[in-house]
Design a protein around this ligand. Structure first.
Ligand code: G3H
Length: 255
């Protein structure tokens, strides 16, 4: 955590979730209670559930976001959704540059940056994902990768309000593996330094999430690391009990 930065616990449901999953969403909303006094909570369901999800949580502090957005406001882009459409569904966040988009859809830093700009123009907060592959870590180039992706993917107009950075080592996603606390500390300190040197006080206040196999059992040691201001959770966010348990850990540390 970073003193004076309000943590964000975000769930990315990826391509998981049907109407039945809305029961988990309702359980999360119902279980937030006092957690929202200390932390922000966000769920990014698949686009098919976006509108109904926001409609279900209107009386809850739970925020709803999307997993991606196109760079254009509208047009002939079959299968895509725009940041405007997300905002029209009352979504307030968009994940951009997730490693699954970078790897499986060939998205590079320039495109990720353009998507973040599109999100900002629609008044969404962009969660810009970065992180090294296993080969890059083994090759000792982790910080070079983070440097390149931060410089290339984060737009010049980024502020602490409109941008969140998520560090997700690709090899830790969905594998049950996590970096050591020291590795997380090093990566997040590096990112903070880069952001402060580029954005000044705005960079000092930007939220830096850790993502990759976060579970209730490891949330405390990850969240206790300086400059870790929350989590981006995949698998464990599909179960309301796990998502709330992780959120509880973060709220206690922030108390
Ligand atoms: O966006 C979330 C991440 O890819 C982490 O996924 P995971 O928690 O299933 O490892």
């Amino acid at each position: 955590m970073t003193p004076e930065i309000r943590p964000l616990v975000a769930g990315n449901w990826k391509m998981n979730g049907t109407r039945e999953s809305l029961n988990e969403l309702k359980a999360i909303a119902a279980g937030i209670g006092a957690l929202s006094e200390k932390i922000d909570l966000l769920i990014c369901p698949p686009a098919t559930l976006l509108y109904v999800a926001t409609a279900l949580v209107t009386d809850s502090p739970l925020k709803i976001g999307a997993q991606d957005c196109h760079t254009a406001k509208s047009g002939a882009f079959t299968g895509d959704i725009s940041a405007e459409m997300i905002a029209d569904c009352f979504g307030t966040f968009a994940i951009v540059g997730h490693s699954e988009r970078r790897t499986l859809h060939g998205e590079g830093d320039g495109l990720v940056r353009a998507k973040a700009i599109a999100a900002h123009e629609a008044d969404l907060t962009a969660i810009v994902c970065i992180g090294e592959t296993e080969a890059e870590r083994k090759g000792g180039t982790t910080l070079d990768v983070l440097n390149r992706q931060l410089a290339g993917s984060v737009p010049d107009g980024a502020t602490a309000e409109n941008t969140v950075i998520a560090y997700e080592p690709v090899w830790a996603i969905g594998t049950g593996l996590t970096p050591t606390v020291e590795d997380v500390r090093e990566a997040h300190a590096f990112m903070r330094g880069e952001l402060v040197s580029r954005f000044g006080s705005k960079g000092a206040k930007m939220r830096l999430l850790y993502g990759g196999s976060v579970k209730p059992s490891n949330a405390k040691e990850l969240m206790s690391v300086v400059n870790v201001d929350g989590a981006l959770i995949g698998g464990a966010s599909l179960k309301s009990a796990d998502f709330l348990a992780i959120s509880q850990v973060y709220a206690e540390i922030s108390a």
